[in-house]
Every structure is written in C-alpha cells, then in structure tokens.
Design a binder for this molecule. Structure first.
Ligand code: CTP
Length: 403
C-alpha cells in the first residue's frame, strides 16, 4: 500500500524524534518516497542532515528558506504529499493545528496539505491528559485528521504512563490503513465480518495436544484486508503469537468445539464469515484432566478419536443473509476437492490452495489460490503475499473484480 506513495513526514520536538530516522528507512523500504519537514525543536533531537541523507531530499526547516526561485517550497511540498504523517506530534503542534495557526514551517505546510493526515502523538503523560490537549485532539478528529493513541509504557521521564510513541510497525500499519481506506472503494463499509484463523488444538492432556501446521497468517490477512475495505472485523483465533491487526477484536480459542461456540454465538449479526482456520476433523475421545504418566510395562497406548462438528457445514445449513467463505487446503485434485466442499458445506465461496506447492499454504508469507464461487465463478491468482491475496479475494467476493 505504501509502494510509490509520497509521504510528507512532519517531525516536531519530542524525545521520540530520534526514532524518525529508522521510521523513514522503514517507509522507504516499503517503496515510499519521503520528504521531511522539521520544527526548530525537533532539530534539538535529530539533525536535518540525517533525514536529508536518508530521503535524498532537502529537509524543510525554515519557512523563508526559499532556495528554488521556480517554486514556493512549502506549498509545493503540501501539494506533493499523498499522506502527511506528523510524528512525533507534540501538544504544541496540535494546539496550532486545531486553531489554524501557521507561524512556523511545520504548521504552515500542514495548513496547506489537502491529502489524508495522520497524527501520532508522543509526550509526557500529564501533558497528554491535560484537558487542553484532549480538547485539541477531539477538534482535530472532528476536522478529519486520523489521530493515533499513544502507547502506555516506560516514558523518558523515568515513570510509566500513556504518552509513548506507538511502535514504528504500528504507525506503518496505520499509515497503510489510512491510504487503503482513502484509495480503495469502501465496499465493506457497515459490514460485519468474522474470520477464523489458525489450527485448532485438540487436547490429549493438559500439556499435550493434536494440531496442524496452519500458522493463522492467511486468516489474519483476510481480517486486515477487510478493514481496508471498510468492514468491522472480529477474529476467532487459535494463535496468540501473531500480532493482531489494528482495530480488530479477537476471541482466542483452542478446540474445534470452542471455535464452533464462538462463531455460532456471533453468527446472527454477521454479514460475512471467513473460515480460514484449519479445523481438526477429530478430537480425543477421552482427554485426560491430569498429565498422563508413562507406563512402566511398555504397553502400547492408543488414542481414540471422535469426529468434530463441521463448523462451516453447520453454518451453511443455518445461513440466512450471511456470505460464507471457506478455505480448502489440498495436496492433490485441488479444484475437484475444493468444488465438492463448496457444494457439500453450502458455502458461497471456497478459496482453494495446493499446500504442497512452494510459496503456498501453511507457515509461509505468500500464497497461490484459486477462488471458486457457487455460481461457477473461478479466478486463479498468481503467487502473491498473503495480504495481497486476501485483498484480491475480497475484491472478487464483493464484485469489484469479476471472476
Ligand atoms: N471446516 C470446518 N469444520 C471442520 C472442518 C473444516 O468449519 N470440522 C472448514 C474449514 O475451516 C475450511 C473448510 O471447512 O474453511 C474446508 O476445510 P478442510 O479441512 O479443507 O476440509 P474438510 O471438510 O476437513 O475435508 P478433508 O479434511 O477431508 O479435506
């Protein structure tokens, strides 16, 4: 989403300013072009030369430093940006922005920008909670700015409070979300989406279980891409190790039965259910409450399995207005098996992937899928990142791209 995007980075004076060198590198690594504007105070923490070398552009630090007679620099920069990011944003810059002041280079350019604007506050916790700061932030949100919440944690002052700059990955994620929601048609606006993700865990005893190789990454990508198209998204996940996408609530579950309970409880109010989870077909018949001990006699042990409910098929039998999207991970006869599942489970779409291929399926960051619809739609995607795959899947399902 940041590929070839023009990002105006506005740095104001807080201790977190030093992190903007690394942030700039991360933006550039994602394919963005970056140009920087710095306040006088920001230059106390990090030099313009650092940012100039990283961005390969002159850094604007003074409103009257018009070294190019063919243009008015600060207006040219304001017109150039696809996205303006103010980070770290101090209480002082909010106050100016909320009141339309333009008395230095940062506030002047910001008053002229007409692209989406993302504000990332970072300051002392008491400054952040001050009613004046909060009033200004409320005003900026009402004026259409996207304002991130600072993190709570150890502050430079030596105590814990809310005011830390959010992690750089989170700022990047938010920037991508703002750009996506501006550029992509918001076809899922007002829609409620539930995504299941990860391999279910069927307990043998409290410390042992049966599971599978699913990482949950495709489900998380489906969830994230849905927010890009405007949906309200919740995850039902078995994987606590993956970072939750911004703005998405989660219910963590282990077993297929727990997953079924969570999904069925929410089902009525949903518009889309994405069953990206790899659900165990069987569970242990008599799982033990205590850790099983090794037998001294060398006897063989047998674990008896009973069939799990088929969650997707259950929803298929019950659905009224909901659209059901299943995944079929196969190692042979991909399209044949996947279409059979589409029909048998009464799903609306099945995303088929051959998990035996390199670059597709479990535990990798890419995928190669074929989208099958119940009205014989068929769209084969090339190998893409899981996020790109997810976006193409949503575009097909919502009719943005014809199958
Ligand atoms: N699924 C489900 N409940 C199950 C098994 C599968 O909801 N008990 C869902 C999966 O989340 C997926 C789809 O059904 O969206 C297909 O899952 P898959 O494991 O490929 O198919 P199975 O029906 O389990 O068939 P098989 O294991 O024989 O391939």
């Amino acid at each position: 989403m940041l590929e070839n995007k023009k990002i105006g980075l506005f740095i104001t004076g807080g201790i977190a300013s030093y992190k903007m060198a690394e942030f700039t590198r991360q933006l550039i690594r994602k394919g963005a072009q970056v140009r920087v504007v710095m306040s006088q105070s920001a230059q106390e923490f990090i030099t313009p030369l650092t940012l100039q070398i990283l961005t390969k552009h002159h850094v604007l630090v003074d409103i009257f430093d018009e070294h190019d007679p063919t243009s008015v620099q600060h207006i040219e920069l304001a017109d150039w940006c696809d996205l303006a990011i103010v980070a770290p944003a101090t209480a002082n810059i909010f106050a100016k922005m909320a009141n339309g002041l333009a008395d230095d280079i940062v506030s002047s350019v910001l008053l002229a920008v007409h692209c989406p604007r993302l504000i990332v506050p970072a300051m002392n916790t008491n400054m952040y909670h001050n009613p004046a700061t909060q009033r200004n932030l409320t005003q900026l949100a009402a004026d259409g700015y996207t304002v991130m919440e600072p993190d709570t944690g150890f502050l430079a002052e030596g105590y814990v409070g809310k005011g830390r700059l959010p992690e750089l990955e989170r700022i990047l994620e938010k920037a991508e979300m703002v750009l996506a929601q501006t550029e992509l048609p918001q076809v899922l606006a007002g829609k409620k989406v539930l995504v299941t993700a990860g391999g279910t865990i069927e307990r043998i005893d409290p410390v042992r279980y049966i599971s599978n190789d699913s990482s949950g990454k495709m489900g998380y990508a489906m969830a994230r891409a849905a927010t890009w198209l405007g949906a309200q998204v919740q995850l039902v996940s078995t994987n606590k190790n993956l970072t939750l996408p911004l703005g998405i609530g989660v219910t963590y579950v282990e077993s297929a039965k727990d997953m079924q309970t969570a999904v069925e409880a929410a089902f009525e109010g949903l518009d889309f259910v994405v069953k990206a989870a790899a659900v165990s077909d069987y569970r242990v018949a008599n799982s033990h409450q205590e850790k099983m001990k090794k037998s001294d006699t060398g006897d063989e042990r047998t674990i008896e399995l009973v069939e799990n409910p088929d969650i997707l098929a259950g929803l298929g039998a019950r659905k009224t207005h909901q659209t059901l999207i299943g995944f079929a991970a196969e190692t042979q006869n991909l399209l044949e098996y996947a279409s059979a599942k589409l029909e048998k489970k009464n799903a609306d779409w099945i995303i088929a992937n051959d998990v035996s291929q390199a670059g597709a399926g479990f535990n990798v960051d890419t995928n190669r899928v074929t989208i099958l619809g119940k009205h014989n739609e068929k769209r084969a995607l090339e190998q893409l990142s899981k996020l790109e795959t997810a976006l193409e899947v949503w575009k097909t399902i919502t009719g943005l791209t014809k199958a």
